[in-house]
Design a protein. Sequence first.
Lengths: 412, 107
Amino acid sequence: MSDLDVEKAITRAHHEEWARVVATLARRFGDLDVAEEAAAEAFATAVERWPADGVPANPGGWLTTTANRRAIDRLRRESKREDKQKEAQMLSDDDPPEPLGAIDDDRLRLIFTCCHPALAMETRVALTLRLVAGLTVPEIARAFLVQEAAMGQRITRAKAKIKAARIPYRVPSADDLPARVSGVLAVLFLVFNEGYLATGPDTDPVRHDLTAEAIRLTRLIRALLPDDGEVAGLLALMLLTEARRPARLAAGELVPLDEQDRGAWDDALIAEGHRLVRERLAAAAAGEAPGRYQILAAINAVHTSARDIRDTDWSQILALYDRLTRVDPSPIVALNRAIAVAELDGADVALAAVDRLEPTLAGYHAFHVTRADLLRRLGRSADARAAYDRAVELAGNTAETAYLTRRRDQLR
Amino acid sequence: MRYLVSVIDDKSNPGSTDGQPAISEFNERLIAEGYWVFAGGLADTDAATVVDNRGEQAVFTDGPFVESKEYLAGVWVWEAPDLDVALRLAAEASKVCDRKIEVRPFQ
């Protein structure tokens, strides 16, 4: 086996086994810190040994056994071994799992613990990326433009809170499950969005590493909770968005949906996304009310079904936005709905709807982007320029800023 | 696991004062279900005295929270198996007290 093959095997094992190793150890030792460190050591040992010894037949088993030994070594080294074992007993959940069918998996416990509602949103994101996705602290710090030391501290504090406040390591009860799953999905959606429209002057405008990680984790949740409609919906939404990534940037500028080269879209991702949307449409027809991710996925399915922007079925998009408004009556949904209104009823009708959102959305760059575009279409160049100015001021994505600036300058 | 459950009131926007029957009922349930360790409402922050005897002699002053907007209005101590249970109870406590609740584990 060549070095390259070994390297690939290690990368694959990291993708496939990291969460399982951390999750198994966390349950066995009742300590996320011990689990994380031992897992990291096991992978470091693999990097050392596998090139010489060969890749083991069962990489996951090898990694778990090695990590297990490292954890026991660490606990032995620590003089407070007895205390540790006591803590382990306190944190681990020896009760039989809640009767939830076949979803008892240590990785699920780990995900629910990392996304616990008692942790701040940014902490949940950081913990999930570290403990479930296996990103390193420097990688996570870079992803969110935070100093490495600060990110390390955030993760350490979170682990300390989980232990001290006794956040349980288990799959929530059936009653709590929908709310808790939606908390997990919010974390994954945030990671995805940061990848798809990255913020900050020193980062790539589109971060494939983050979108790929978010999709990978959502696939994992989907494998663990195959009957959850919102999980399927979020996965479809991510796939149909990611499918457009190849057409999203041109010459350092963001390319809006209506100007994208649709031939560059990823057909395989679109097909997979459409399959999931069809699955959810069948469930909706059978009486299961779709949640926001499923409706957003359906909207994206309509967009990705049109091989030419002129073929877009705007009335169906508007109907879906009306449905979404009933589930999620937020001003951001109203803003996106207005874009469909502009196509059907004209830019002036849409502008009136957008202007009504000013009190709540004046600080949101997309509000000014939408307004600027509508004003431009209405020939109100001076007003459009002012709106582009405001949008440029508020936009955090370098490629979007470049696009908006050019659009504004075209109006001079 | 023991949790200190603090009731936080806001002087500029105080919670309602007619919740006593609901609070008593909630306390009965805490006792019946084995969570209750201790509870007590506190007098106004005006009634507090701070003692500092780190120097040569004890110095008495008014409480540190007299001027602050938010203050501790009362406490519970609960025994709960984990934070999920404590947070579920705290959500009910916040409703019956009409105030914010801080849940903090003992060491």
